[in-house]
Design a protein around this ligand. Structure first.
Ligand code: PMP
Ligand code: GLN
Length: 381
């Protein structure tokens, strides 16, 4: 077996969802909505499936979707994108990230990453033969450690891999954060791969700002998006990469050997989704903000110290007011088995260290489900 991958167990999302199912727990662990996604988008997929055209679509994605991605990026962010040379459709953001890393990195290149990390980042960096340089942000404020970041960049730095809005912290990087990181990337002649799958899940009047829109960053940035998050269709695994043409060509060379292409009817439907009225996108964020408020208030009543969530559909909570110094992995297991509610331990998103009193709850669930989770917790504590 591959030695790098042998060092990893089964991803925490699968482990905790299996445990939730076994114990009939309300699953606020793995992040997926419990609604079906916009009907008009699903209708386009169903009609396209039956209309035919079910053979291999073009390697970089159907033109209709590439154009929709370019138009979306112009409409929301004012970015000018050449749909035929600067957009690649992928099988989810997971494949987009793999294509970006495998397409751009050489053995020995250094990659700066900010912990807590989404689960697939580090294994792929390692499979590419690159050297991870980890810098961490910590609860409760998730502030960027500027000195540590400056020290992490060096002559071998090829890439910054980052995620804003950030899973699992709910942090939305400020303009100041982004400027600081962009300056480091430019000073070291590196590129940034910015995982922006939660771009439309930002709350309280905030706006997502792609790294690509910062001065001098257009030709140094790879933007990663996902229909899973934007349209609440996580099972579809339709993602997209946007990058300056020479970078996109490098990403395409990896993509052609990873999946080559993605289901054509789903691509057609996502193209439709991206052209929907702004009210759809605003409505999604407003609905999620209301769910965040409902779950936050409930968790506070139960006794958690609840952290802020500026974006994503995840919220962090300090477990110490309830259970003292109990380890977050043990807490998550016991909450599932004994209280019937599943969360995820924050420590799963760090390689090592002392962040082990925080858990992540997912709030993209119907109100009644969130209320049931809180009721179970109130009975338990
Ligand atoms: N990046 C982040 C930060 C995520 O939270 C997720 C998934 N939820 C992904 C990537 C993977 O997205 P996809 O399901 O489109 O592969
Ligand atoms: N992105 C989702 C989360 O963070 C889960 C992704 C997965 O299950 N692979 O919960």
């Amino acid at each position: 077996a591959n030695q790098i991958l042998s060092g990893y167990g089964t991803t925490i999302f699968t482990v905790m969802s299996a445990l939730a199912q076994e114990h009939g727990a309300v699953n606020l662990g793995q992040g997926f909505p419990d609604w079906e996604g916009p009907e008009e988008v699903r209708r386009v997929a169903a009609d396209a499936l039956m209309a035919g055209g079910n053979q291999y679509p073009p390697m970089a994605g159907i033109p209709e979707l590439r154009r929709a991605v370019a138009e979306h990026d112009h409409r929301f962010y004012g970015i000018e994108v050449d749909p035929m040379r600067e957009v690649i459709v992928t099988s989810g953001a997971t494949e987009a990230l793999a294509a970006a890393l495998l397409g751009l990195l050489n053995p020995g290149d250094e990659v700066v990453l900010i912990e807590p990390l989404y689960d697939s980042y580090l294994p792929i960096v390692q499979l590419a033969g690159a050297v991870p340089k980890l810098v961490r942000v910590e609860p409760p404020h998730w502030q960027l450690p500027r000195e540590a970041l400056t020290a992490a960049f060096g002559p071998k730095t090829r890439m910054l891999l980052m995620n804003s809005p950030m899973n699992p912290t709910g942090k939305v990087f400020s303009d100041d954060d982004l400027t600081f990181l962009a300056d480091l990337v430019k000073a070291h002649n590196a590129v940034v791969v910015c995982d922006e799958v939660h771009e439309h899940l930002v709350f309280d009047g905030r706006a997502h700002r792609p790294m690509m829109t910062l001065p001098g960053m257009r030709e140094r940035s790879v933007r990663v998006g996902s229909a899973g998050k934007t349209f609440s269709l996580t099972g579809w695994k339709v993602g997209y990469l946007v990058a300056d043409a020479p970078i996109a060509a490098a990403l395409g060379r990896a993509h052609q050997f990873l999946t080559f292409t993605t289901a054509p009817n789903l691509q057609r439907a996502v193209a439709h989704g991206l052209t929907m009225d702004r009210s759809y996108f605003d409505g999604l964020a407003a609905d999620l903000a209301a769910k965040r408020d409902l779950l936050s208030a409930g968790l506070r009543r139960v006794g958690f110290d609840v952290l802020a969530a500026e974006g994503t559909y995840f919220i962090g909570a300090d477990i110490r007011p309830l259970v003292g110094d109990m380890d977050d992995v043990e807490f998550s297991r016991r909450l599932t088995v004994e209280a019937g509610v599943t969360c995820l331990p924050f420590s799963a998103f760090y390689q090592a260290g002392d962040i082990r009193n925080f858990v992540r709850f997912c709030f993209c669930k119907r109100e009644s489900v969130l209320e049931e989770a809180v009721a179970r917790l109130e009975r338990f504590f």
